[in-house]
Structures are given as structure tokens and as C-alpha cells.
Design a protein around this ligand. Structure first.
Ligand code: PRP
Length: 241
């Protein structure tokens, strides 16, 4: 009989072993790009290193720290909560925007404090009145769920949402939409295109998320990790004061 892959993993030398034991790897999914690089900086500060991951020329997908029994992989931001919810990763690091948009069953355990920006309703000055009078407007966004929640549940305003995949600021410029719901960091993309922030939806930053089963089965390791990162972030904050 063919043993399913997941069961084979649980069997070692004729004896069943718990998938969750001391030898088990703790697996991290990190959102590609700036967030991953900043996360690795923090991990290094608390003694978790993964040199190989810094090598931008490498096409390798999974990196292992054998000593610490940890595995790391990089994924597209919106896929990180998926890997974590479904248990391919125990822990993920991703922007709060993605957590809200994907709405996956994961625990958010830590605000990492970097990658700070804001989710905003933006557009030309002329759109202010449309918002004020709850007109039925067109809203372009890479974040249709966040946009829908904001307009329907918080503002009780009926709008038409148009999903875009990037360069969302184009929406009002080419009359595709009246406003956009998008991330604002420095505000320069808006300024350079004659647009501005009209309303703030919520503040954003990088967050650590955990699979609910891992949270129970790997409680000690995860708790220790979170405590170390939190202590490091607090000491860094003190220094910057
Ligand atoms: C993000 C966001 C804005 C811009 C905001 O886009 O969607 O366009 O950054 O940053 P700023 O306030 O500092 O100008 P990103 O660079 O991720 O590319 P995208 O437009 O393809 O989504």
C-alpha cells in the first residue's frame, strides 16, 4: 500500500513520531523584498542567522539553519498568509495590508514596527465632495476587500470597486475611477501625480503571524522567539529616544 506523503513524514524507522518534536523545523515564510530584508536584520540581532538568504543571485527557494532547526522561504506577500494558514509555514512576516486583504485564519502575534505606512483613500481635490455626500463613486484598488470593508461597513457608502494590480494612482488620472484605496508611505507618488490623501483607512506596518496549530504545538519556541524580538525592538526604541 502506498503511504501518503504526510504520513511518511511522520514515520521514522518503523515507529511513529510526533510531527511536533524537538527535531522539527520551525518554518518561516517571509514576504519578498524590503520586509524580508528588514526581518532578517532583526533575526540576526537576536542570533538567528541565515547567510544564504542574503545572496540575491541565488535561485534557491528554501534556506535552512540546521543548528537552530529553522527553515525559511521567500514568497509573494499575498501568499504568505496562505502558507501560514495551511501550515506550510509556522510563522510568517507580512504587511498588515496583506493580512487585512487576505483575511486568513492566522494569529497575529507581533507588530514589528517597520514598514510603517498608511492605507488611504486618495484622489484629486474634486473628489472630496463625492466622498462627503456619499455619492456612488468608482474606487480602484489593489485591495478590493479592504476598500469594500471601509466603504460598506465603516462609511455605509455604496461604491463600485475596480481591482487593479499596481500603479493604482493611474485610476483617477485616466478616469477609470474617482478615487483609489492604496498605500501611502512618503506621499511622493501622489504629489507627483496631482493627487492627495482624502481619508485615512488605517495605519500599517509589518506583522508576524502564526499558524493556529503551530501556536499550540510549538508554543515554547514561538513564545521565546516573540519575547526575544519584542525585547530587541524595545531596546532599539529606547536607544532612538
Ligand atoms: C506603493 C503604493 C503606492 C506607493 C506609495 O506602490 O501602491 O503606489 O508605493 O509610496 P509613496 O507614498 O512613498 O510614494 P509600489 O511601489 O508597491 O508599486 P505598485 O504601484 O506597483 O503597487
Amino acid at each position: 500500500m502506498r503511504i501518503p506523503h504526510c504520513k511518511r513524514e511522520l514515520m521514522k524507522g518503523n515507529k511513529m513520531e510526533s510531527k511536533f518534536n524537538d527535531e522539527r523545523y520551525l518554518t518561516f515564510a517571509l514576504g519578498k523584498g524590503r520586509l524580508a530584508s528588514k526581518t532578517l536584520d532583526i533575526f540576526e540581532k537576536i542570533g538567528i542567522t541565515c547567510e544564504e538568504m542574503r545572496d540575491k543571485s541565488s535561485r534557491k527557494l528554501i534556506f535552512v539553519n540546521e543548528e537552530l532547526k529553522m527553515k525559511f522561504f521567500l514568497a509573494k506577500g499575498p501568499d504568505v498568509p496562505t502558507y501560514v494558514e495551511l501550515g506550510s509555514a509556522d510563522i510568517g512576516v507580512v504587511g498588515y495590508d496583506t493580512i487585512l486583504e487576505e483575511n486568513r485564519n492566522v494569529y497575529e502575534v507581533l507588530d514589528l514596527g517597520f514598514g510603517k505606512c498608511r492605507m488611504c483613500v486618495c484622489g484629486p481635490e474634486s473628489a472630496k465632495d463625492l466622498l462627503l455626500h456619499h455619492e456612488r463613486i468608482r474606487v480602484a484598488s489593489k485591495y478590493p476587500n479592504i476598500a469594500k470593508d471601509y466603504f460598506y461597513n465603516k462609511k455605509h457608502q455604496t461604491v463600485d470597486i475596480i481591482k487593479l494590480n499596481g500603479s493604482v494612482e493611474l485610476g483617477p488620472l485616466v478616469q477609470l475611477s474617482d478615487v483609489i484605496v492604496d498605500i501611502v508611505e512618503t506621499g511622493s507618488t501622489l504629489r507627483e501625480n496631482g493627487l492627495g490623501v482624502l481619508e485615512e483607512v488605517c495605519p500599517l506596518s509589518a506583522r508576524m503571524i502564526v499558524n493556529p496549530v503551530s501556536m499550540q504545538m510549538e508554543k515554547a519556541r514561538i513564545r521565546e522567539l516573540v519575547m526575544k524580538i519584542r525585547a530587541y525592538l524595545e531596546s532599539e526604541n529606547q536607544e532612538n529616544k
